[in-house]
Ligand binder design. Structure first.
Ligand code: DGT
Ligand code: CA
Ligand code: ZN
Length: 577
């Protein structure tokens, strides 16, 4: 379906013409065409010129342009205008309070070509005094830029998932007869989220809508309707609630879970089978009869497919796999037997050994690895050789008193700037699990960082590379690293890589997880717990694993403790050659 694409291009043409100061009638014609095209139920690309000109606002000229676009994927006028006018000016147009005249003036007088340049000049107070710009205007431009940035910001999953769950819980409390679900990218467990999509159904939609707009988290009601309402929370997250008929709930849940790409492909499959799928249900095209939509599974069964788990719905091969009966048996949280990256108050954790062990036992785990930081990490009270040995003794003693639970002796050894390990091999050798990671020198060159990670991978006693890219979502970008080289070497050596489940990290990410799986690299999912409640983050790690198509057999901490220990020892032998 090319309609939204065509609408967007028409709108951009209008913007660009406006920036050029062109004839207002011509500009309006493009805007009107964009609007009409967007709302067309039929695919424009499939229409003849005659059928196109029947659409209000589409004359011979625009019809020709649409045909040309359908055939070539290009629209010449759009391309020409984009060559003439810097792309960044289009963004500036989106700043509340900056119209095309101002944008053009800024470009001509002070050569502003991007949002960043505009922000810089406004901050330095270099705009006031330009034609039509007073001090106040300058302030408003800055405010507008902030707003625009906030709107285009994506939130870390860990920030919005708890909000989304809270909303569903409170809706249940307010209108218990209703049914509610979180949809959108949250349900697919994407690591960053644009907005929260919630779905509801029930006998009393008005009551549900009312309850929603009065939730305590609501700071601003953006829209209050009978089928859709939108609010903004104090954190600046937008939440949309859609209320649908009960017999459309499944179809709507499928539709609003996305991803868009996944849905588009399903709809194409449906139309080849003479079916139409939308957010209201599944319909036979021949007579318009509704054949399903109450349950989400209806959508997949109508297409002869097994249910596709939301985490896979990215049009990354899941539909083909479903057709061939080759969907993975995705890992589940219940299959996790232990946590291999846990801190205590020996370094920067909050609890003593006994407390964290008790918390892990409560979760039903059979083992945890204590992996406190090594001495190089002074800020975290990293352990030197002497203290590591003391901790080893403590753990040996504790293990003697434990039944059906094992504390694995470990460390999170710092990978130093030169690629050496922060603790000597003789000591690492005595530990069950050695987790290695980078905590400094994030700005080193790609070559240097890759070299450091490679040297950790090759170290005969390093079991796992922890948080391999160092990113903190929304805070710190990943360091520059040749991940393929690191993973290739991990595959060769048998070293494992970590999915760090800490919500700000989620590192490896889904894409890297797939790359690791393709290479047959064992994966460990760990929480990097510093305080006992962090143990619950395992869920996030498992979900990233699921987005990376992992099955139980791909993940080391699904193993029982003796098998796990054998695997770790075998890797050490393999590495020593
Ligand atoms: P986000 O919000 O950017 O984190 O990602 P999503 O996937 O939640 O995207 P969103 O909120 O725009 O839309 C929610 C779902 O609704 C999306 O995954 C699929 C469906 N959807 C929204 N807009 C369209 C559309 O124009 N076409 C189709 N086919 N599906 C759409
Ligand atoms: Ca969304
Ligand atoms: Zn750690």
């Amino acid at each position: 379906m090319k309609n939204p694409q065509i609408a967007k291009i028409f709108n951009e043409i209008a913007d660009l013409l406006e920036l050029k100061g062109e004839n207002p009638f011509r500009i309006r014609a493009y805007r009107r065409a964009a609007m009409n095209v967007e709302g067309m139920p039929k695919d424009l690309a499939a229409l003849s010129e005659e059928e196109l000109t029947a659409i209000p606002g589409i004359g011979k000229d625009l019809a020709g342009k649409i045909r040309h676009f359908a055939e070539t994927g290009r629209m010449d006028l759009h391309d020409e205008l984009k060559k003439e006018i810097p792309e960044g000016l289009l963004t500036i147009l989106r700043v509340p309070g900056v119209g095309p005249k101002t944008a053009r003036m800024l470009y001509e007088k002070v050569n502003v070509r991007s949002l960043e340049e505009l922000e810089g000049l406004a901050k330095e107070k270099k705009l006031a005094g330009l034609p039509g710009i007073q001090e106040k205007t300058e302030e408003n431009i800055l405010k507008g830029i902030l707003l625009l940035k906030r709107v285009s910001e994506r939130f870390p999953l860990g920030k919005v998932l708890p909000i989304a769950r809270d909303i569903v819980l409170r809706l249940h409390e307010a209108v218990p007869s209703g049914k509610y679900a979180v949809a959108g990218s949250i349900r697919r467990w994407k690591d960053t989220i644009q907005d929260i999509d919630v779905l509801g159904t029930g006998k009393n939609p008005d009551a549900i809508m009312k309850a929603f707009t009065r939730l305590p988290i609501v700071q601003e009601v953006l829209e209050h309707g009978t089928t859709k309402s939108s609010v903004r929370t104090a954190e600046g997250v937008q939440v949309d609630l859609r209320v649908v008929e009960p017999d459309s709930f499944g179809a709507a849940l499928q539709y609003f879970t996305g991803s868009k790409a996944h849905n588009i492909k399903l709809r194409e499959m449906a139309s080849r089978r003479g079916l139409k799928i939308n957010e209201y249900g599944i319909f036979r095209e021949s007579d318009g009869k509704k054949i399903g939509g109450r349950d989400e599974g209806d959508v997949y069964s109508a297409l002869g497919l097994p249910f596709v788990p939301p985490e896979l719905r990215e049009d990354m091969g899941e539909i083909e796999a479903a057709q061939e009966g080759k969907l993975p048996a995705l890992l589940t949280l219940a299959e996790i037997r232990g946590d291999l990256h846990v801190h205590t108050n020996w370094s920067d954790g909050s609890h003593d050994l006994d407390t964290i062990v008790a918390a892990a036992k409560e979760k039903g785990y059979r083992y945890i690895a204590i992996t406190d930081h090594s001495k190089g990490l002074g800020v975290a009270h990293g352990l030197d050789e002497k203290r590591v040995r003391e901790q080893i003794n403590l753990i040996d003693g504790a293990n003697r008193k434990l039944k059906d639970f094992r504390i694995l002796k470990g460390t999170e050894v710092d990978i130093r700037g030169d690629g050496s390990m922060d603790l000597p091999d003789e000591l690492l050798k005595e530990l069950d699990v050695v987790v290695a990671s980078i905590h400094s020198g994030f700005r080193q060159s790609r070559e240097q960082i890759t070299m450091r990670l490679l040297s950790a991978v090759r170290n005969p006693y390093v079991s796992v590379i922890a948080h391999p890219t160092g990113r903190l979502i929304g805070v710190r970008d990943p360091y520059e690293v040749d991940m393929e080289a690191v993973l290739d070497e991990a595959a060769r050596c048998g070293a494992a890589v970590e999915i760090n489940a800490y919500p700000m990290r989620l590192d490896l990410n889904d894409t890297h997880v797939k790359m690791a799986k393709q290479r047959g690299i064992p994966i460990v999912i760990s929480t990097d717990t510093h305080i006992r409640s962090n143990l619950d983050y395992m869920e996030y790690g498992v979900e990233i694993a699921r987005r990376g198509w992992l099955e139980r057999g791909d993940v080391l901490n699904t193993l029982g403790v003796s098998t796990l220990m054998e695997r770790l020892q075998r890797t050490r032998k393999q590495k020593r050659g």
